[in-house]
Design a protein around this ligand. Structure first.
Ligand code: G3H
Length: 536
């Protein structure tokens, strides 16, 4: 691979450019954009550029390295805004909270092109996928509003059982900490942040490790759309900023998409573990199982996108392929042809699907996995496999992979694809049973009895079994969860509203006095909670 893989400064299209250096010193606490004068964290792009003298890795800006002092101020603001559940936000009607979120959404849409460009520059996500991430996030917020209206309509009626009448509504849990991952720094973060907010919780939000600057264009919209303290946005090193928050014991909810090690380390710091409700999306090692009668063209296409979209940096990516020995040669042949057609390049290049990786040291880690597999008897099947060019790692197909190799067990989160040949169906089943992860699995085949056996073998192991399709989170109305170390709680548009809230009931014996009392409260609209108002 030639150094020309990376662009000359002058060849970058105007539509993909961002301001020269985005120095972000602002952070949001208690409705104010405060200015940080302390140490800054450089934001280094995975994209290298020829600047006339040589190839340099672009530093595109910097973000504040706040300390525990500022993060605790953010927490205090969120605690004050919640005010033990008596704050204006948690007591607001659902329709009023929806209006705040709608206001934000209008402002967010105005920032689309800058946020999309920052997604490309900060994490190397191809333009089409970056646009999809932005639009999908806006749709998710709209769907959340719709789902909440539906939930509220269902709660507007009374139930009566065994001589007791009652009204059940969902109320917030308290103060939430929301943190998202670098691979979907906008989408996955907002799929917990907005359900948390709209249900009446107050929030401290810390953007992901990479994909940080792209929140900057939204700071004013957050400030202007929500009452002070409802949303607070901090930056800095996780352990220092977030660890301090956990140790206070004042957090009621921990929404985190990342590694299970990160989640374990942080959760342990909370002094009242049962008080902290956790919603976690963590590691996965989703296998594909390709059976002898599978439609091979379809299996190959799905396995290519499953393993390599966004360079395999999706928690739902296919991370190991079990292919029946009777078809493994033909599968490999077609798989390698399909991979050779993928275009590598810069995120803004039309038709590109393979791009540089944002994590420093990632190519060394992947090379370590490949070297280990080679030492254990695997071969690299594809031309260019194992090649590294600075932050870019060429897709690498390893065969035959086996249980002695690290790649068999570790979540590579990158473009290394181990193929394991198998003879009996027990082999991939045993793999899933013994795995520490349990997010999803993909099955490719036609024989209904054999497929059904796999489905039953896996139904208590993973959250989703995909038939003749790659693993994925969407559609967002479907439940997204995992077993074992892969997740805690279930997310979907509707489920997210549930996990960030709890039911409270007002109940009374159905006596005439109580009916009159409740009737009066309703007629005179004396309570926000006890109300039959219907949202249209
Ligand atoms: O990184 C994990 C994401 O939830 C995957 O979502 O399947 O839509 O790419 P996706």
């Amino acid at each position: 691979m030639t150094p020309e893989f990376f662009p000359a400064e002058s060849s970058i299209p105007a539509s993909a450019r961002i301001p020269d250096f985005l120095e972000q010193r602002e952070y949001l606490i208690a409705g104010e954009l405060r200015r940080w004068e302390g140490d800054m964290n450089p934001v280094v792009s995975p994209v290298w550029v020829h600047d006339g003298k040589g190839l340099v890795q672009k530093t595109i800006g910097s973000t504040p390295l706040l300390t525990s002092k500022e993060s605790l101020q953010a927490l205090d603001a969120a605690v004050a805004a919640y005010d033990l559940g008596h704050g204006a936000w948690p007591r607001m009607t659902v329709i009023e909270r929806i209006e705040h979120v709608e206001r934000f959404l209008v402002r967010m849409k105005e920032q689309r092109s800058l946020v999309v460009n920052l997604l490309m520059w900060e994490i190397g996500k191809p333009q089409k996928d970056s646009e999809k991430e932005f639009d999908r996030t806006c749709d998710y917020i709209l769907d959340t509003i719709r789902a909440l209206k539906e939930l509220d309509r269902n709660s507007a009626r009374f139930i009566e059982e065994q001589g007791i009448m009652g009204q059940i509504r969902r109320v917030p849990l308290g103060v939430a900490l929301c943190m998202g991952p670098y691979n979907y720094p906008l989408n996955e973060t907002f799929t917990t942040l907005f359900p948390a907010l709209i249900m009446g919780n107050t929030v401290v939000f810390k953007p992901a490790k990479y994909g940080v600057l792209l929140i900057r264009p939204l700071l004013e919209a957050f400030r202007d759309s929500f009452p002070p303290g409802v949303i607070n946005i901090i930056y800095g090193r996780g352990r220092e900023t977030v660890g301090a928050l956990m140790e206070t014991g004042k957090l009621d909810v921990f929404a985190f998409i990342g590694t299970n090690k990160g989640a374990n380390d942080l959760k342990k710091l909370h002094p009242k573990p049962h008080r902290l409700k956790a919603i976690l999306g963590l590691d996965a090692k989703n296998p594909a199982i390709v059976l002898p009668d599978a439609d091979l063209d379809n299996a190959v296409n799905e396995c290519v996108t499953g393993t390599l979209s966004f360079n395999g940096q999706r928690c739902t990516a296919l991370k190991i392929l079990f292919v029946h020995r009777s078809i493994v040669d033909e599968f490999q042949k077609r798989f390698l042809i399909a991979i050779s057609k993928l275009k590598a390049g810069m995120p803004w290049e039309p038709g590109v699907s393979l791009t540089p990786l944002p994590e420093p040291g990632k190519t060394d880690y992947l090379k370590g996995l490949v070297d280990d597999a080679l030492a254990q008897g695997a071969r690299i099947l594809n031309a260019g496999g194992g090649e590294v060019n600075r932050s870019y790692f060429n897709p690498t197909v390893l065969y035959p992979a086996n249980s002695k190799m690290r790649i068999y067990h570790e979540e590579q989160f990158g473009p290394v694809i181990p193929i394991v040949p198998f003879d009996t169906d027990e082999e991939p089943v045993t793999y899933v049973l013994n795995s520490n992860f349990g997010q999803q699995v993909s099955l490719f085949g036609k024989d209904s009895r054999r497929m059904a056996r796999f489905i039953d073998d896996f139904s208590n192991q993973v959250g989703r079994i995909n038939l003749n399709t790659q693993c994925q989170r969407g559609p967002d109305s479907f439940p997204f969860n995992g077993r074992k170390d892969s997740a805690e709680g279930t997310l979907s548009v509707a489920d997210a509203l549930r996990v960030f809230s709890i039911r409270t009931i007002v109940a009374a014996k159905t006596t005439n006095e109580n009916k009159q009392l409740v009737g009066k409260i309703l007629r005179n609209r004396e309570s926000t909670f006890l109300s039959t108002d219907y949202i249209f």
